[in-house]
Design a protein around this ligand. Sequence first.
Ligand code: NAP
Length: 319
Amino acid sequence: MGEHKVIILGTGPAGLTAAIYAARANLNPLVVEGNEPGGQLTLTTEIENFPGFPDAIMGPELMDNMRKQAERFGAEFIFGLATAVDLHERPFRVTVNETDEFSTQSLIISTGASAKMLGIPGESEALGHGVSTCATCDGFFFRDKKIVVVGGGDSAMEEATFLTKFASEVTIIHRRDTLRASKVMQERARDNPKIKWLMNVTPVAVKSENNQVKGLEVHDNDTQKTRLVEAEGIFVAIGHNPNTAFLKAQVETDKVGYIICSPHNTATSVEGVFACGDVMDSHYRQAITAAGTGCRAAMDVEKYLEGSFVHDWSLSGSH
Ligand code: NAP
């Protein structure tokens, strides 16, 4: 197989925007779709804040449009997951689905981040049958039902507030007695009469019967007792993990695993390897910000391949 000029890993808004720009620059990008083609937006319904769509657009439709736009300019897509990379030698090597090898002069990593799970008994079996990580996607299925939301950060506040549109009652369950969420998000949740609070309890098991969630078993850290909080829906909102394990520490990351980019561009610690989207941004995490960094990554790659990119990444300075 020939050497590619650029391979793009991931097809969320960052990867697809990078693909559009790289394809229009005649770089013939090879785009590895990843586990979840289209990324997290394919798990949502309406997107109301992506500029250019005054009447909103459905997440899957937006992603499909971006993909078609990239294909129109010559981006090539392969279905599969990047399982390993070798960035020690040039050209870089990318392994897809453990077996297929590709070589490339440059690489754009846009593998995003995935929702964290509690890792307790009963949880994985109930995923999609009462356990969810996406209120926007699944809230509708819990009309007039009791829901619990696990977490004490902004995501938990946002999901709980959103879910009160559907649920009869939403209980926020948090493992400590103080929240991590910002004041404004906390206040919004506290002002909502449909939201109840259960603090300082640790989730221990998801209980289901006949494939239907019955509740969340929790350990009360004050009384040391275990009890069942009845609910038909359990929304896990405890943060995200960047999808960087396959890099095996060949690119510098922060302690959580998010890729560290230069403050001036999308360069990573390895010359010729660029990153964009949620995999390098744990803060903004928006479709439009991811798309913006995708554009930057493709422009940086173009310069790199021309030999005019100044690699200014360094662990000193603002990192
Ligand atoms: P986060 O701030 O990391 O909060 C995660 C929460 O889940 C924490 O309260 C944590 O508890 C809890 N948690 C983590 N692991 C747990 C476990 N195994 N069992 C039980 N609880 C667990 O994550 P996030 O809420 O997703 O927010 C991430 C970033 O996105 C933040 O910067 C946030 O401000 C931002 N964000 C902003 C908005 C907005 O402004 N509209 C909305 C969503 C997210 P502890 O507190 O005990 O650690």
